[in-house]
Design a binder for this molecule. Structure first.
Ligand SMILES: C=CC1=C(C)c2cc3[nH]c(cc4nc(cc5[nH]c(cc1n2)c(C)c5CCC(=O)O)C(CCC(=O)O)=C4C)c(C)c3C=C
Ligand SMILES: [Fe+2]
Ligand SMILES: [Fe+2]
Length: 337
């Protein structure tokens, strides 16, 4: 494609180009079917940032076992959360994109906001190409992962770099790598928890469940665990919770290796035996509700807690397209225009 032929016309040498915000999230299958989930998982799980074991061994396991078994199982779970608007992650991400554009334009910023998904569509490459075709010469990238992790944020950067490595003219670029301790983020999270407590009463314990990661990644220097700890500390301090009023856990374990602990499912099974039968659970690593929150937490873990003797279980929704979340995004990107 004639990607660079119109550069001087679109951007103008010596002339200031347009600003574009690029929101990035993980991505989701196109449909809740085994074949669509297989396509999605094949791309996701082949990413060396996600599974860090020798490539040849992993490709044999991935194609020989996992992609034969998991797609049908995962598709059945996706069917439980799929709505008329499609996958919740996609639906919410599109609403976040539109609302952020409205917010920035209402604040008199002449910027466009674009959405890319790391796996599936809209791809990072196609979105960057569209931004280029629209004359955007300055890009502010906001990966919607509050806590930096190499498998998520690092991989988002790789995808951007892979596309830009094919371009002759590299636009001005700002990459926001983490916002786990950003004041707007902490306040938005604390407000959503307070609203739940006010509506339904303060639970015996607040469970803060983060997406897991192999423990090995922590020892190799990934800051994700420490960033989750900091989010937890800041939010619980803001809420004035004592040490025995909350617990931080990790969910969504994949494979047989040891992942970050304590595990969410084991914790929820154990809590009723410790006399804790009334909990609220929040997932601060997810900027949008998705399979991992709506099915794994509300469905599977809610069930485990009830089976173990739990009586009250409330899930506090992700920040999604809440005004406070959109304001947080605007405040994160604006200083880089
Ligand atoms: C295989 C290793 C995985 C690592 C490491 C990992 C890290 C990680 N993931 C998120 C956010 C999301 N993950 C989601 C789904 C999902 N995650 C994995 C595996 C790893 N994640 C798999 C195999 C899946 C697919 C679902 C399944 O088949 O079980 C999602 C939801 C996607 C959706 O369509 O709704 C999100 C979001 C974070 C923040 C993270 C950080 C370390
Ligand atoms: Fe994941
Ligand atoms: Fe899961």
């Amino acid at each position: 494609m004639a990607k660079f032929s119109g550069l001087s016309k679109e951007v103008g040498h010596g002339q200031r180009g347009k600003v574009g915000v690029l929101l990035l999230n993980l991505g989701t299958p196109d449909a809740p079917t085994a074949s669509a989930v297989r396509r999605y998982l094949a791309e996701f799980l082949a990413d060396p940032r996600v599974v860090e074991i020798p490539k040849l061994v992993w490709m044999m396991i991935l194609h020989g076992i996992i992609l034969r078994v998991r797609p049908a199982k995962s598709a059945a779970l996706y069917q439980k959360v799929w709505t008329a608007a499609g996958s919740p992650l996609m639906d919410i991400s599109l609403r976040q994109t539109a609302k952020l554009a409205d917010k920035l334009n209402a604040d008199n910023h002449d910027v466009s906001v674009h959405l890319a998904m790391r796996y599936g569509s809209p791809s990072v490459a196609s979105t960057l190409q569209t931004m280029h075709q629209n004359g955007i010469d300055k890009i502010v990238v906001l990966p919607l992962y509050p806590q930096y992790a190499a498998p998520t944020t690092g991989s988002a950067f790789d995808a951007i770099a892979a596309e830009l490595s094919k371009w002759r003219y590299i636009p001005s670029l700002h990459f926001i790598n983490t916002y786990h301790d950003n004041a707007d983020f902490i306040n938005a999270l604390a407000s959503s928890i307070t609203a739940d407590f006010e509506a339904h009463g303060k639970p015996q314990k607040l469970v803060l469940s983060y997406h897991g990661m192999p423990e090995r990644n922590l020892h190799l220097g990934d800051p994700y665990y420490c960033f989750c700890m900091k989010t937890t500390r800041l939010v619980t301090e803001k809420l004035g919770l004592g040490k025995d009023e909350f617990v931080m856990t990790f969910q969504s374990r994949f494979g047989k290796a040891k992942w970050l602990q304590p595990y969410t499912d084991a914790t929820l099974k154990a809590l009723p035996q410790q006399g804790v039968r009334d909990i609220a659970i929040v997932c601060p690593a997810f900027s949008a509700d998705c399979l991992e929150t709506l099915e794994e937490i509300v469905g599977e873990n809610g069930h485990l807690f009830a089976e173990a003797g739990g009586e009250k279980f409330r899930y506090i929704a992700a920040l999604n397209d809440d005004d406070a979340h959109i304001t947080m995004m605007a405040n994160l990107v604006k200083p880089h225009f």
